[in-house]
Ligand binder design. Structure first.
Ligand SMILES: Nc1nc2c(ncn2[C@@H]2O[C@H](COP(=O)(O)O[C@H]3[C@@H](O)[C@H](n4cnc5c(=O)[nH]c(N)nc54)O[C@@H]3COP(=O)(O)O)[C@@H](O)[C@H]2O)c(=O)[nH]1
Length: 666
């Protein structure tokens, strides 16, 4: 084995000092160092006590910040024998703890090495100890053709008996480039993968070629553990722990690069924004462990459903994004979305159960729908919410007309959240009039937002925003609670019992715990459920007819009445409606508008009322604005009407005044 003490003395063309930094002394230095005792380096001679305090401080500083085997660049000015000012350059390398180190430096004319350590008891003991430490460095010498000459014990244990420097490299290309650079007598300092006895590992290497000996001096430091930590940290920052899918960070990176590519090559790329329907219910009912397992299975299923070039990301919760580069058309994106929805909706064996879940997907494409990453994501997200509000298991392609809503969402959306917290809403009540005696028998509760700056905002403006942001759930609950409290207040004030209806939005109707919530509010307020009515639209019910039927039966069990709003605008037939346990049909105002003016329209209204009566359903006509309409409706035996002819929606005070003057005489 090489005796590095000899190496230090004889073979190294470098001047080398062993410096006890703590004692500020120089236990020894080699022959080359003796020959270079010039200028400020003159103070650093063998057996010398007290090195220059500035040098000592700087060495201490360097050594203190280093771990074993680590190095730092070091500069020190000195003047040569012939009076030339030089800047010594090299690096400090720690030996066995942060306070002991090896310092190698070079200047233009020759090379200078300094070994610096601290905490030495005696010079002699110290000398032996230092050499042992030096031996523990991974250090080797090669001739200028790369043939092995000598190495430290540690080097040989770590890399094995090698004959040529080439054998160190994991990749032949790296070896070639290394040898090429050495041929140009370049000094190297780099991080590279080397082949060790324990496999390929990352190393920091420091190489210098010395023309005096024609030798290559190589110092290596194994940094595989640091690299492993870096990789672990990278994974933590960029991958989702549950599914191992790349996360939002990597999504942004890929989208940015997809955008650059698409711009450069004038290509398209697409984005599918995916959210599972009703995942919260599974989490709430079966626990997060089952929810997590389901998310993993769904992720696998989605991965199987997308083309090989596509990339799947998990944004967190039940949200995923698929990025498809180099797409040709939106219909291509739609057909991929369809196949994801189809595959995802098959059952999953989770926790010894057969689980089912569906997904809603929003689609946006560059350049059609946005020209930057943020807008693309935002638009795909909005399209996803639109898909959700249309029902389960749907996909929706972003439309530019949604931009108005999104802009409004950005300006009103934040305010809407605050408005819910601060209850900036009121309910107005539009009387429902019985025919033919035209007395008030009920009312429809209609929400109004009293914005602190914008004044009263119509529900047409903010209900779609509330739907798309999910805020409709707390807002809808507020409406139900407020309406029930109002009923009780009227009752307690001695007004006759009337039926009050509220509108449900489609997202609200999908809410898994809707029935429980309504039941809780009824109990809380003490309202007699037969005076409370829910208005639902046909399209809402037809999204998942079977589930709707079950939900409606649950409401019926609570004693509520159920009404189909906007009847005639959807696609359900009266025969089909028989399956729904409903009590009232509200004919849409578009049919009432032309009543008495268009015979086909009249025939439809007449037939609807007749068929509804035969099915034992009450009929109410909305949007009644003139007497002629009332006359026709009376002729067809329509039971109730609602519209501006009788009253616009009123605040609760005005409504009571109206009620007083239009109530049935008993
Ligand atoms: N999910 C919820 N939706 C709600 C709630 N409150 C209201 N809405 C829905 O918003 C839409 C707009 O409502 P609004 O501006 O209140 O308009 C209602 C009436 O003012 C209007 N109306 C009534 N009579 C007439 C009339 O003679 N002519 C005419 N042009 N318009 C009239 O109709 C709206 C009520 O319609 P409908 O619900 O179909 O009975 C509207 O879609 C509301 O449903 C809420 O709390 N939750």
């Amino acid at each position: 084995m090489t005796d590095l003490s000899k190496l230090l003395q004889a073979k190294m063309p470098l001047a080398a000092w062993i410096i006890d930094v703590e004692q500020s002394s120089v236990p020894c230095c080699n022959q080359a160092a003796e020959a270079l005792l010039i200028g400020s380096l003159n103070d650093i001679k063998s057996g010398q006590r007290a090195i220059p305090s500035e040098l000592r401080e700087r060495l201490s500083l360097h050594l203190a910040s280093l771990d074993i085997g680590e190095s730092l660049p070091f500069k020190w000015p000195f003047t040569s024998k012939d009076g030339v000012e030089y800047q010594v350059r090299g690096s400090v390398i720690a030996l066995d703890n942060a306070r002991k180190g090896l310092f190698i430096e070079a200047h233009p004319a020759s090379q200078v090495d300094v070994v610096a350590v601290s905490q030495v008891d005696s010079l002699l003991d110290h000398h032996a100890g230092l050499l042992a430490q030096f031996r523990s460095l991974s250090f080797a010498i090669f001739d200028r053709h790369g043939a092995f000459v000598e190495a430290s014990d540690y080097f040989i244990t770590h890399f094995g008996g090698i004959k040529h420097v080439r054998e160190l490299f994991a990749v032949s290309g790296a070896a070639n480039s290394f040898i090429r650079r050495l041929a140009h007598q370049e000094n190297l300092f780099q991080e590279i993968r080397l082949a060790t006895q324990n496999g390929i590992r990352w190393h920091k290497i420091e190489v210098s070629y010395h023309p005096l000996t024609n030798m290559i001096y190589l110092l290596t430091h194994d940094i595989q553990e640091e690299r492993d930590h870096e990789v672990a940290l990278y994974r933590l920052n960029n991958y989702d722990g549950l599914t191992n899918l790349p996360n939002r960070n990597l999504l942004y990176h890929q989208l940015e690069s997809a955008l650059i590519n698409a711009r450069k090559r004038r290509r398209q790329f697409g984005l599918l924004y995916l959210d599972l329907d009703g995942f919260k219910v599974i989490n709430d009912n079966f626990g997060h462990r089952v929810g997590d397992e389901l998310i993993q299975r769904v992720a696998e299923r989605i991965k199987e459903s997308i083309p090989s070039g596509a990339c799947l990301y998990r944004l967190g919760g039940d949200e995923f994004v698929v990025v498809l580069e180099n797409t040709h058309s939106i219909s291509e994106l739609e057909s991929i979305a369809e196949s994801i929805m189809q595959n995802a909706s098959n059952t999953y064996p989770v926790a010894k159960m057969e689980m089912m879940i569906t997904a809603s997907i929003g689609i946006a494409s560059y350049p059609q729908h946005a020209d930057n990453v943020d807008n693309l994501l935002k638009n795909a997200d909005a399209a996803m919410y639109r898909a959700k509000s249309m029902g389960h298991n749907m996909c929706f392609v972003y439309q530019s007309s949604m931009a108005d809503n999104i802009d409004a969402y950005l300006t009103l959306g934040g305010g809407l959240r605050k408005a819910i917290e601060e209850e900036q809403f009121i309910l107005h009540y539009q009387p429902k009039i019985r025919l033919p005696d035209e007395t008030v028998v009920g009312a429809e509760a209609l929400i109004r937002w009293i914005h602190p700056e914008l004044g009263m905002i119509s529900p047409d403006q903010f209900i779609p925003l509330a739907e798309e942001s999910g805020l409709i759930l707390p807002l809808g609950e507020w409406v139900i609670r407020r309406a029930c409290r109002q009923l009780q207040e009227w009752r307690k004030a001695g007004y006759p019992d009337i039926k009050l209806s509220v509108n449900l939005s489609s997202r609200q109707f999908m809410q898994a715990d809707l029935v429980d919530m309504v039941e809780k509010v009824l109990e809380e307020t003490g309202v007699d459920s037969k005076y409370f009515e829910l208005e639902l639209t046909e399209s809402m019910l037809m999204v998942d007819a079977q589930q709707s039927i079950e939900k409606l039966h649950s409401f019926r069990k609570l004693g509520l009445t159920l009404s189909i709003d906007d009847f005639g605008t959807g696609y359900s037939s009266l025969a089909y409606l028989k399956k729904f346990p409903i009590q009232t049909l509200k004919i849409d105002r578009s049919f009432i508008h032309d009543l008495g003016l268009d015979s086909d329209n009249d025939a439809i209204v007449k037939a609807t009322i007749a068929m509804a009566n035969s099915l034992n359903l009450k009929v109410i006509a909305e949007g009644v604005e003139n007497r002629a309409q009332v006359d026709v409706l009376n002729k067809y035996h329509c039971q109730e009407v609602q519209g501006y002819l009788f009253s616009k929606p009123l605040n609760s005070g005005d409504f009571l005044v109206y009620l007083d003057s239009h109530r049935a005489v008993v």
